[in-house]
Design a protein around this ligand. Structure first.
Ligand SMILES: *[C@@H]1O[C@H](CO)[C@@H](O)[C@H](O)[C@H]1NC(C)=O
Ligand SMILES: *[C@@H]1O[C@H](CO)[C@@H](O)[C@H](O)[C@H]1NC(C)=O
Ligand SMILES: *[C@@H]1O[C@H](CO)[C@@H](O)[C@H](O)[C@H]1NC(C)=O
Ligand SMILES: *[C@@H]1O[C@H](CO)[C@@H](O)[C@H](O)[C@H]1NC(C)=O
Ligand SMILES: *[C@@H]1O[C@H](CO)[C@@H](O)[C@H](O)[C@H]1NC(C)=O
Ligand SMILES: *[C@@H]1O[C@H](CO)[C@@H](O)[C@H](O)[C@H]1NC(C)=O
Ligand SMILES: *[C@@H]1O[C@H](CO)[C@@H](O)[C@H](O)[C@H]1NC(C)=O
Ligand SMILES: *[C@@H]1O[C@H](CO)[C@@H](O)[C@H](O)[C@H]1NC(C)=O
Length: 911
């Protein structure tokens, strides 16, 4: 009692001396303390700043068992944020036998006596100090080692079986303010009160970390940076509130069981190793989740710089720290930081298993995004991990994948290092499953270059990506990427052309009419600037036996305005502007084996329709032959900018194949007369009548001839225009010149003559177009349209006709050459003689027939004479003429005979 009181007053004195006199006096004070405390090196309560050493070796205690305990004067009265630092300057007590036993200095296999020192540590927050099995330290320590405690409830117990000069120890203690111990508390500990977690009530070292996202948390072994106690089992519950939780070490040493000195001669340092088999005694074990039932990421021990971070798959990690009952006074434990690794991105898709994703266009649409994203695995994964991504579009869609960011690193934190290439790989398949025959590209950690911003496009509606790792990783993939994917509707309304991104073929044997538009798949516009123009060729093909013509109607054009299309639409073909061009790839009258005419050739021949007006009215193009080409040309300089992901159509058009076999020939070369029969009788037998029909005949006319068209026979089953409507179009006129249906068929009887000027307004080949449209059944209409080419009698200077053929045959015959028969009326129309009385009226009907001196070509007067009296009258005439000639000859002879006599008389008379 008196002794301890004396000690206390002495301590107070010492403290005052230290404070007032200064450090010079410390040694003197210690000396004094040592002198005074000679007897009580053992079993005592130690004052802070007091040096303690093992009892002196004396005959009384030599070779005897010795037990000594030490307690520490409490901090009471001092601020709370002080810690106790115990520094062992010398330590040699027993030897380590194995993880659970310490042994005497020499070999005595029988000895089981407990040798060594145990430290019972308390805890400031919970006041729990009663660890039942504190474990043991033993062996020799050459460097000073420290132990730290937040409380002064520390009891150190030394026990030696046989006290000799081979057992010694000494330590001193200090109280330090926490902020000085920055290795343990970091800078500004007052700002982050829960940085080291909160201790669970009733436990020694179980800590809960609630939010390590806003503050970096410290997960430390107890007594860090001092030697950790023995026989520990600590649990740490870590949480960052947001994935991914990351456990990392900056510069701190890691030393868990870094030296274990069972062998007295060597006490080797053990490098950092992992696995329960390599770390059987002291270890830290990290679980990927909330508790010990979660998957184990790894078990670690050894010493050195911990080489990698550990990134969990979620926001939780559970850490266990275990130290064995016996061990050396050497290992300082660990200090990990806990933070948040912001590599987490919500992926629009569904996950199957840990990392097999189904990324469908449906779920992407549902998420409202136009692009989906997935990232390389950013967290840990075990060896032989395979992660797959199936990007699944709907029917007709294609998938594009590109990497806005891609880096290929060394494998930095393998769980199971391997020799050889390709510890990790990323493979892209043009299929919905890992079909090795359809690999687009494989990236590999050892030999590939990353490909940033390159588009990988599937041919079908799925793209499969597989990441494989043989090594596994504690902190994410060595192939680091952001992948973006999106889907494009690659539906084609026509037949696609292999190898061409946007060409289509429309064949009459597939569909006879339909619509088309610019590509739905706007990826075709994604061309690098200054590459070739974006060109989409739409070919319309048929066979003469099915249809003779294509009608293409371009309904809408929506090219973007300035500044994408810089120029106005002046020279459509030449200018660098977005345009549509239409031309016929086959010259008229050749079959489809003829080589196609290119756009350039067609342009040279001036037979291209080019449309570049941005908002134009519908344009209709009727082909002359069986094929028609439509080409969309978009300037690559702006195509990607203007039209990539631009969903509106650049153009919309309809097409129809027309002029089936029932229509007969579609093109009629110039003849003096001709007719069209509908239906075309030759076709009737072998053609199944279509539901509706459209015929377009082009009737070519000789130059400088007028044309008289007349309906010879017309039969419409009803008055309805649906049964049939016949239109006659003049060249270059959109409006029909004549349009008749059943209800006004009588109007077709009286048709004016079409003049040569009407037939060829621009001086080109004269022609007219006749169109018949039957919307119900083609058999409900029948007609015959006949025509005659006419030419005019020349006129006299006074304007009257030179109708002098009959009277002045000589000179007039030259001028009116070919006018073999003059039609009635004052128009002076001529037709060839062979059309007279041929059974078809070839002269136009003239109302004031009375005033004419001529008869119509089929008038009874002409035709009766010619048909009935032709041969008789000719013979009679010939006979008559012959008789007259004979008589004349006779007369001439007689006359000459007479004259010879008479005249000679006269002559004689004259003479
Ligand atoms: C110290 O105390 C323990 C019991 O607490 C006792 O066994 C031991 O002999 C004491 N040591 C000395 C040197 O008195
Ligand atoms: C203690 O150790 C000494 C020296 O090593 C030895 O001579 C002595 O016999 C030992 N005593 C006992 C009780 O083991
Ligand atoms: C440690 O050594 C003691 C004494 O030899 C023995 O009883 C015990 O089984 C050993 N423990 C281990 C884990 O080897
Ligand atoms: C999930 O994966 C398993 C095995 O990998 C597979 O059999 C199953 O079909 C998958 N389920 C879905 C919905 O993808
Ligand atoms: C693709 O476009 C076609 C034609 O517009 C449409 O019918 C089809 O539904 C579209 N497909 C998807 C998946 O949107
Ligand atoms: C096309 O015409 C050529 C001659 O002009 C002929 O040799 C060839 O057989 C024809 N081909 C077809 C498919 O009619
Ligand atoms: C005949 O009737 C149709 C339908 O009513 C009409 O479109 C057409 O103009 C008419 N033809 C004439 C010559 O009046
Ligand atoms: C010619 O007109 C007359 C009356 O103007 C008419 O009776 C006759 O049928 C018409 N002939 C033809 C072929 O149209």
């Amino acid at each position: 009692m008196n002794k301890s009181k004396g000690n206390r007053s002495l301590y107070t004195l010492v403290f005052i001396v230290v404070c007032s006199v200064g450090l010079v006096n410390i040694e003197a004070t210690n000396l004094q303390a040592r002198k005074n405390g000679q007897k009580d090196h053992c079993n005592k309560t130690v004052d802070i700043y007091e040096d303690v050493s093992s009892p002196d070796l004396m005959p009384e205690n030599f070779g005897k068992p010795l037990t000594c305990w030490y307690r520490f004067r409490s901090f009471r009265g001092t601020p709370k944020d002080w810690i106790l630092r115990i520094k062992f300057n010398k330590f040699k007590v027993g030897t380590l036998l194995n993880a659970s036993h310490c042994q005497g200095g020499y070999m005595q296999v029988r000895v089981v006596a407990v040798l060594g020192m145990s430290i019972v540590d308390g805890n400031a927050k919970t006041d729990v100090s009663n660890r039942k099995e504190p474990g043991m330290f033993c062996g020799e320590t050459e460097q000073p080692q420290t132990f730290m405690s937040e409380t002064s409830f520390v009891k150190i117990v030394f026990h030696v079986d046989n006290f000799t000069d081979q057992t010694y120890f000494s330590f001193d203690t200090k109280a330090e303010q926490q902020l000085v111990v920055y290795l343990r508390y970091g800078q500004h500990p007052e700002l982050y009160p829960n940085r080291r977690g909160e201790v669970v009530q009733g436990s020694y070292c179980e800590r809960i970390f609630r939010d390590c996202r806003l503050q970096t948390c410290y997960v430390q072994s107890p007594a860090y940076p001092g030697v950790y106690p023995r026989n520990l089992h600590c649990r740490y519950y870590l949480n960052t509130r947001l994935p991914f939780i990351k456990l990392y070490i900056e510069n701190e040493e890691f030393n868990i069981d870094g030296q274990r000195c069972e062998n007295i001669m060597t006490c080797p340092m053990r490098p950092i190793s992992s696995g329960q088999e390599n770390c059987p005694y002291d270890y830290i074990k990290i679980y990927d989740g909330k508790n010990e039932f979660s998957p184990v990421i790894g078990t670690f021990c050894g010493m050195g710089k911990f080489p990698y971070s550990i990134i969990g798959t979620s926001q939780d990690l559970f850490v266990e720290f275990v130290s064995s009952p016996a061990g050396p006074l050497l290992n300082t434990g660990f200090h990990f930081n806990v933070g948040n690794w912001p590599g987490h991105v919500d992926t629009a898709g569904s996950r199957n298993g840990t990392c097999d994703w189904l990324l469908s266009s449906e779920s992407l649409r549902a998420s409202g995004d136009s692009e989906g994203i997935f990232l390389s695995v950013a967290h840990w994964y075990p060896p032989h991990t395979s992660c797959t991504y199936l990007m699944q579009g709907e029917e007709g869609e294609i998938v594009r994948l590109y990497f806005p960011s891609f880096r290929i690193n060394r494998i930095e934190s393998p769980i199971k290092p391997i020799d050889g290439d390709c510890g990790e790989s990323l493979t892209l398949y043009d299929a919905s499953w890992p079909n090795d025959a359809k690999i687009i590209k494989t990236f590999c950690d050892t030999f590939s270059k990353p490909m940033e911003k390159h588009d990988f496009v599937s041919s079908g509606n799925a793209l499969f990506v597989r990441f494989e790792s043989k090594t596994g990783s504690y902190s994410g993939s060595s192939l680091y990427y952001w992948a973006h994917y999106d889907f494009f509707n690659n539906t084609k309304l026509g037949e696609p052309v292999p190898g061409k991104p946007c060409d289509e073929v429309f064949a009459s044997w597939k569909t006879t009419k339909g619509w088309l538009r610019s590509p739905l798949n706007t990826l075709v516009y994604k061309q690098p600037p200054n590459s070739e123009d974006v060109q989409c060729l739409y070919r319309f093909v048929t066979d003469k036996r099915l249809y003779a013509r294509v009608i293409l109607t371009i309904n809408r054009i929506h090219f973007k305005d300035h500044p994408y299309n810089p120029g106005p639409c002046t020279n459509c073909l030449e200018d660098r502007i977005d345009k549509l061009v239409v031309w016929e790839p086959l010259p008229a009258g050749v079959n489809s084996s003829h080589p196609a005419i290119t756009l350039t050739k067609a342009a040279q021949m001036g037979e291209v329709t080019c449309i570049c007006n941005r908002h134009t009215r519908p344009t209709q193009i009727i082909s002359k032959g069986e094929q028609l080409n439509l080409q969309l040309i978009v300037d690559s300089a702006h195509s990607a900018l203007s039209y990539f992901k631009h969903n509106a159509a650049l153009f919309e058009a309809t097409y129809e194949f027309v002029h089936g076999p029932l229509c007969g020939p579609s093109l009629i070369q110039p003849t003096t007369d001709g007719d069209i029969h509908y239906p075309f009788y030759e076709a009737i037998g072998y053609v199944e009548p279509p539901k509706s029909i459209r015929c377009i005949w082009e009737i070519k006319v000789n130059r400088d001839r007028d044309l008289w068209i007349h309906f010879d026979r017309v039969k419409f089953a009803s008055k309805s225009c649906d049964d049939g409507i016949v239109d006659i179009f003049l060249k270059d006129k959109a409006e029909s010149f004549l349009s008749v249906c059943g209800e006004n068929v009588s109007l077709a009887k009286e048709l004016p003559i079409l003049s040569a000027a009407q037939l060829s307004p621009d001086g080109a080949e004269p022609a007219i177009t006749v169109q018949f449209v039957g919307r119900t059944s083609p058999t409900r209409a029948a007609f015959k349209i006949a025509w005659t080419e006419l030419f005019h009698l020349p006129r006299n200077t006074d304007g009257s006709l030179k109708t002098s053929r009959l009277t002045e045959a000589g000179s007039a015959a030259e001028i009116i050459e070919g006018c073999e028969f003059t039609c009635p009326g004052d128009a002076g129309l001529c037709i060839p003689a062979r059309l007279v009385c041929n059974g078809v009226v070839n002269c136009p009907n003239v109302s004031n027939i009375e005033g004419s001196s001529f008869l119509s070509d089929e008038s009874d007067e002409l035709c009766v004479q010619e048909t009935h009296n032709d041969i008789n009258w000719l013979y009679i005439a010939l006979a008559g003429v012959g008789t007259v000639l004979v008589l004349c000859f006779l007369c001439v002879c007689i006359y000459r005979k007479c004259c010879r006599y008479c005249c000679s008389d006269d002559d004689d008379d004259d003479d």
